[in-house]
Design a protein around this ligand. Sequence first.
Ligand code: SF4
Length: 281
Amino acid sequence: MINKTFTLHHENHDRDIFDFKYVYPVVSRRAGGLSLGINLNTNNACNWQCIYCEIPNLSRGKPDPIDVGQLSSELSHWINLLINSPFIEKNCAPDTKFVDVAFSGNGEPTAAIEFHQILIIVVEKLKQFNLINDIQIRLITNGSFIHKNLPSLDLLSEFNGEVWFKIDAGDSDSINNINQIQSSFTTIKKNLKFSLIHSKTIIQSCLLKINDEVPSNYFLDDYIKLIKPYDKDIRAIHLYSLARKSHQTSNLKIDRLTDFELEKIKSYLESHLETNIYTFP
Ligand code: SF4
């Protein structure tokens, strides 16, 4: 099946180039290497509809039932290929390393009822390949179902896994506009708190230029106000901007922030927060 030479790089996150249903390799700037992604949302359904989302034909909803046996075989196949063949040397930039298995699909992974079962499979596979202490397990999530997945967070934590929790704004108008949801702050805070108690948690924030305006200090002050009570427990904040083309329609014009604009925001946040902040321009 894999007979062509592809160069995987961070601007190409096409999950279909290798023709597998659930598991795909991707080079991730934020993970810092090759990430084996697990897509539980093969129907492109998410409970959110972020205006910057790069998923084509995104719909609101839940994932289709998952063929757990197929997913498990695909995972074995890919791990074996990454560690026992020259796949990485052939397809990635020099010195690229296999760094994580990440639940990062075309929608919210924790919306899948099979999520915990699949997390157990990931742990078992990493043990089987003697990688459990070397390869991170990451859950990339919008956080909205965290309260229903506490045993999964505990399992993640047992194997030093991480939750990357999406917070793109700190005021309800911006959250409504950017993530296109009507979530209450009580719910967001409750889920963030659960995440922090149960797992190592990193905040991931996609910041945008909206209608030609960079995020204002008012916007950033609201963001700081939301984060501040949890500042000491958050492991890090990852700031990034539009990396690839959005596939969503919106009446808002969105653009990528420049490296300079992102760095300026980082400095402003650093003057108010203690947690480590990293930019991924
Ligand atoms: S939460 Fe993620 S998958 Fe869902 S719409 Fe937002 S960016 Fe897309």
